[in-house]
Design a protein around this ligand. Structure first.
Ligand code: NAD
Length: 317
């Protein structure tokens, strides 16, 4: 199959970008490198220095960003931040022109975007939710996975913009408005659930006297295998790396939003609630900046075991 490279031909749109943090800084650099004119803002003006040096324009408010751009993108920590940037006299909705486009790429819930579409229905606004996976490394490399919710025509029209930030083969139109938020929250929830379940069984098995790698390879050979057991847990088992690139405080935020979403749609989620509590316990014990895999450490400390593989010669396992 012939794979087309990133589409950087439709770069005449001016992109407004709000939120130049761990993720937004890499995403804006890639938009700029793809040739899109940028107009940016952040509560930390210093975050825009390099972009401005390379030709981006600065705006003091979100309304000014929206007024000066064809497409406004938000990449903000929480729904509260998104709300504060979208609404009010200096917000996106105060500046965006009729028929304009806003893409929220934050990990969030649909409420703010739904209210914007409902309250401004007469203005023909185009709103997409497009949260991402891939960490700040993926943002810097322009290889994000992007889950897009919204109208198919908008997704097709904006694909060159998304492709400047993401892996073209992993930019998925997952459904109507809100579906992107939901997919992102559900995949995070499942990954965190895998992590807690895996930490629990490895700690118990090792405490019961089974060799860690024998236990792990037995699980891999069984119907209980998972990508987490096979791959992701190895950063802890091989390197003692609990992934500080994604702070546990943000992981707790995501888990809280996942439960909020379940509450909104009326589904009981006992398992998700327990996983969230384990994460909150790890956050309380090891601090907000501890890595997202720190719940594994919680079980290691509770059981009094160290979950580390002993290096063996290639092929000996
Ligand atoms: P961050 O805290 O590093 O960046 C957020 C940026 O928003 C900061 O620069 C902050 O100054 C700015 N900001 C906050 N309030 C603002 C306001 N009112 N006006 C203008 N700017 C404002 O967060 P991040 O790690 O870049 O994450 C952004 C979003 O992406 C979050 O929803 C997060 O859950 C999600 N996400 C993060 C990762 C990751 O690995 N960091 C991975 C996938 C998804």
């Amino acid at each position: 199959m012939i794979r087309e490279g990133k589409n950087v031909t439709d770069n005449t749109l001016t992109i407004g970008f709000i939120g130049l943090g761990n993720m937004g800084s890499g995403m804006t650099k890639n938009l700029q490198q793809a040739g899109f004119p940028l107009i940016v803002t952040d509560i930390r003006p210093e975050a825009a220095t390099e972009l401005i040096d390379n030709g981006a324009r600065w705006a003091d408010t979100a309304a000014e960003v929206a007024a000066g751009s064809d497409v406004v993108i938000t990449m903000l920590p929480t729904p509260r931040h998104v709300d504060s940037v979208v609404n009010g006299p200096t917000g996106i909705l105060a500046g965006i022109r009729d028929g304009g486009t806003w893409i929220d790429m934050s990990t969030s819930v649909p409420d703010v975007a739904a209210a914007a579409r409902r309250d401004h229905a007469h203005r023909d606004l185009h709103v997409l939710d497009a949260p991402v996976s891939g960490m700040s490394v993926g943002a810097a490399a322009g290889r994000l996975q992007i889950f897009v919710g919204g109208d198919a025509d908008d997704v097709a029209r904006l694909r060159p913009v998304l492709e400047a930030m993401g892996d073209p083969e992993r930019i998925l139109h997952v459904g109507g408005h809100g579906a992107g938020y939901a997919v992102k929250l559900m995949l995070n929830q499942l990954w965190f659930s895998h992590l807690v379940a895996t930490a629990e069984v490895l700690a118990v098995g090792v405490k019961a006297g089974v060799d860690l790698e024998v236990l792990r390879t037995s699980i891999i050979a069984s119907p209980a295998n998972s990508n987490f057991v096979e791959n992701d847990v190895l950063s802890v088992l091989d390197h003692g790396d609990y992934d500080e690139g994604f702070a546990i405080a943000l992981a707790c935020k995501d888990l809280g939003l996942s439960i909020d979403l379940a509450r909104t749609v009326g589904v009981p989620v006992e398992l998700s609630a327990v996983v969230e509590q384990v994460y909150r316990r790890a956050k309380a014990q090891y601090g907000d900046l501890a890595g997202e895999m720190t719940p594994v450490k919680l079980y290691e400390d509770l059981a009094g075991v160290s979950l580390r593989r002993v290096a063996t010669p290639e092929g000996a396992r």
